[in-house]
Design a protein around this ligand. Structure first.
Ligand code: CP
Length: 309
């Protein structure tokens, strides 16, 4: 059980899990749970506006940041990259500086390059708050926190939990952020299951295996990752029918885990590849709870950043 119940230090930027203290994590978790209990209407916060700046496609993260901001009474601009002056040669730094001059003080950024949001944060300093909504294979901190919230609601004694993450560990920013987060909150055991070519050389936390049977054994939580075809180099491609046979989360592989194991997936799902519909839509699935919690966790993140404004 997480013991602290306090607001952490306010943050200037939200870039990765490494920068959060245990108190910050606990405060965000408690605030998101409080939003869930409270329901509409939510207390408004003051911000002239939030810009969603997504260089990569997104459904869940982009829409949930938009909803989160709107629930807090913040105007939202979904910035269209194709219509922007970036296409005339303006740098992203200049674009953001101009938007700050108009009063925007929150930027939600997704990009395929590792540390893209952190580099923008370095440039902008205290002039605005930068939120990393996923950068390359590096980090997806808001996803990790909403996953923790979903687990905590059903299984709050984190120090007792055996968690397994299965899939493309090497290219997964979600797996990276989750490893750091699970270590910080004191999860008992983490197994990282992947075929050798999709394993990391060194895990932040957890034991790496290529055996579903070993990795899922008695797991209380199973987190299935998307096969990220778009990030694979030529020599990292696998035969997908072999992958499916050896690593898919199906009713029979799920049997290796605890009978009441929770099933999570960050989405989007490749049904019939990394996860079967019978599992994704089954009684143990928490996938739609993750999506619902995503809005509430992102409200907590935005509110926490604005505490500094
Ligand atoms: N989990 C996640 O990041 O989903 P989207 O790509 O739809 O935002």
């Amino acid at each position: 059980m997480l013991r602290f119940f306090c607001r952490g230090q306010f943050m200037q930027h939200f870039l990765d899990i490494e920068s959060l203290s245990t108190q910050d994590i606990t405060a965000l978790l408690n605030r998101a749970l409080w939003f869930k209990q409270k329901n509409f209407p939510y207390p408004p916060v003051h911000s002239p506006g939030l810009v969603n700046l997504f260089y990569e496609n997104s459904t869940r993260t982009r829409v949930s940041f938009e909803l989160a901001a709107k629930y807090l009474s913040i105007p939202v601009i979904n910035f269209s990259l194709s219509n922007a002056s970036l296409s005339k040669g303006e740098t992203i730094e200049d674009t953001i500086t101009n938007l700050v001059a108009m009063g925007i003080n929150l930027f939600v950024i997704r990009h395929s390059e590792n540390f893209f949001a952190a580099n923008i944060a370095n440039h902008i300093g205290n002039a605005a708050h930068i939120i990393n909504a996923g950068d390359g294979t590096h980090a997806h901190p808001s996803q990790a926190l909403l996953d923790l919230m979903t687990i905590y609601e059903k299984k709050p004694v984190l120090s007792d939990l055996k968690i397994a993450i299965v899939g493309n560990i090497k290219h997964s920013r979600v797996a990276n952020s989750l490893q750091v987060l699970f270590k910080k909150v004191g999860v008992k055991q983490l197994k990282l299951i992947a075929p050798p070519i999709w394993q990391t050389e060194k895990a932040h936390f957890g034991h790496i295996t290529d055996s579903m049977k070993e990795g899922l054994q008695d797991a209380d939580v199973v987190i299935c990752l998307r096969v990220q075809k778009e990030r694979l180099l030529e020599n990292e491609c696998l035969d997908y029918s072999t992958y499916r046979k050896d690593f898919a989360l199906t009713p029979s592989t799920l049997c290796f885990a605890h009978p009441q194991a929770l099933v999570l997936h960050p989405g989007p799902l490749n049904r019939g590849l990394e996860i079967d519909s019978l599992v994704a839509d089954g009684a143990q699935s928490c996938i739609l709870q993750q999506v619902k919690n995503g809005v509430l966790m992102r409200m907590a993140i935005i509110e926490s950043l604005l505490g500094m404004s």
